[in-house]
Design a binder for this molecule. Structure first.
Ligand SMILES: O=c1[nH]cnc2c1ncn2[C@@H]1O[C@H](COP(=O)(O)OP(=O)(O)O)[C@@H](O)[C@H]1O
Ligand SMILES: [Ca+2]
Length: 469
């Protein structure tokens, strides 16, 4: 397994083609300022023909062509604020010495389900940090958006709406940023996946290139996992209709003058922490789990429910745990489409847009904790089989040995290290159909210019905001 501190082709080492492309953009500014708005870098997530188009929000705070955008990521395991600043070409420019302000704190909003005001208050320190980096005279033109993901999705509409309302009130009273009620929402999973795809491909300098030159993105959160990659138009036309209540499989995006057909699916309850509950339910026939490390007797709490989570008398077993995970993933569920990933969900048809996979969030974190990538690296090249090997090692341990073997793993997570790694391997190989030997890139941050930017959905949202003004 190799490690890269610098990503080939990333950052601002533009090729001649890129520069020609950018110069073309400048020409367009001169020749057709109105057309520019829709041509240069307009992110327009659209539902397929016939469905209503998602409105674009207001613009970003601007000065001398610079625009700021403040995006809150209300994730299931923590809240984070990102502040970005774009120039007139919608390239990122420095905020002080960095290219992004990024501050995070735990727990997430959903941990305050009983007290919406306290949930909102948990964002105050992040708001203050964001204010520090946006010049005072630009704050009232600088939009602030809040996107909540799987944590609030799982709380249900009533509770999550109360929390969101408290956040809207707080932003109106305390933020001094440009705020609007409909800018504080629960993101649907496909929107989250699409933004993440835009983030990574923007940072890699891929936008404007053909779909085959983009990378596919997998984002394993706590509550849900997203797969997003560009597919050819002819495949998009054949996309099956989603089941009732599900988002459509294909989003049409217009970015840097290029139309992309993005296959996106978000699997709710298959984020790493949510999947533990599914695995415990699937495998708990005898009151114990084949995935829990020897020496652990306990229960696992997730989303207001409690599950028995005690080790089997013989401890954890890679192969038996894997069978439980396959069951939890519903790999064999009837597939009414051409080809499915798992749970009867269309797999998008694969192809060149999925050849290079960038895999984010918990995939990176667990790989670092299991010690097969450097936790300080921004990206690392691995294969699914690296997760298999790490899982086989972890599943042989008891909790005490695991605690000393994996000093980076939080105490609460130690009994689940076998389960998590088996899940990650099985999700990639049996779920998404990735070859165990296929090289892929684990990503935490992407090098851009002389800095690093978080590989997370908020930049995609900021690009939408900044390009719509
Ligand atoms: O902006 C980010 N930077 C670094 N890591 C992130 C970021 N956003 C999410 N993560 C990682 O993703 C994992 C959990 O994701 P999150 O709390 O966002 O769950 P969710 O997406 O299911 O709501 C954590 O391991 C966290 O470290
Ligand atoms: Ca997330």
């Amino acid at each position: 397994m190799r490690r890269y501190s610098q990503l080939p082709g990333a950052g601002r080492q533009d090729t001649l083609a890129d520069r020609v492309h950018r110069y073309r953009g400048v020409l367009l500014v001169v020749l057709a300022p109105l057309a520019l708005v829709s041509l240069v870098l307009l992110l327009m997530p659209r539902a397929p023909a016939g469905a209503a188009q998602r409105p674009l929000g207001g613009g970003a705070g601007a000065a001398g062509g610079k625009k700021y955008a403040v995006i809150f990521d209300a994730g299931s395991s923590g809240s984070r604020v990102h502040v970005f600043c774009f120039d007139g070409n919608l390239d990122l420019v420095h905020i002080g010495t960095d290219i992004e302000l990024f501050v995070q704190k735990k727990p997430g909003l959903s941990a305050y389900a009983q007290d919406p005001r306290e949930a909102a208050q948990s964002l105050v320190s992040l708001i203050e940090k964001a204010k520090e980096v946006v010049p005072a005279e630009l704050r009232d033109q600088t939009p602030v958006r809040v996107g909540a993901t799987a944590g609030l999705r799982a709380l249900g509409a009533g509770k999550s709406e109360e929390i969101l309302q408290a956040v809207r009130d707080l932003l109106r009273e305390k933020s001094s940023f440009k705020n609007q009620p409909d800018w504080v929402t629960v993101l649907d999973g496909t929107q989250e996946g699409a933004y993440e795809w835009v983030t990574i491909n923007y940072l890699l300098g891929n936008l404007g290139k053909t779909y085959a030159d983009t990378v596919g993105v997998v984002d394993l959160g706590g509550g849900s996992v997203q797969m997003a990659y560009a597919i050819p138009e002819k495949d998009a036309e054949k996309a099956p209709k989603p089941a009732d209540g599900e988002e459509s499989y294909v989003k049409k995006l217009f970015l840097k003058g290029t139309t992309y057909h993005l296959y996106v699916h978000s699997y709710l309850r298959y984020g790493l922490l949510a999947a533990r509950a599914e695995i415990l339910k699937a495998g708990n026939a005898n009151g114990y789990s084949n995935c829990v490390l020897a020496g652990h007797q306990g229960q696992y709490k997730y989303g207001g429910n409690t599950f028995e989570a005690s080790a089997a008398p013989s401890g954890s077993s890679f192969s038996e745990c894997r069978a439980d995970v396959v069951k939890a993933l519903k790999v064999d569920e009837a597939c009414t489409h051409m080809k499915c990933s798992f749970g009867g969900i269309w797999n998008g048809g694969g192809g060149a847009g999925q050849k290079n996979l960038f895999v984010a969030s918990f995939f990176f974190d667990r790989a670092a904790e299991a010690g097969f990538i450097n936790s300080n690296a921004a990206v690392a090249k691995v294969k699914p089989s690296d997760f298999e090997e790490a899982a086989k090692r972890a599943c042989k341990l008891n909790v005490n040995d695991a605690q000393s073997s994996y000093p980076g793993v939080q105490k609460d997570n130690v009994p689940y290290i076998c389960m998590d790694l088996v899940y990650q391997y099985t999700l990639l190989v049996d779920g998404f159909g990735v070859d165990p030997q296929q090289e892929m890139t684990l990503v935490k941050k992407v090098p851009y210019s002389d800095a690093f930017v978080e590989a997370a959905w908020p930049l995609g949202s900021a690009i939408e905001v900044a390009s719509s003004s």
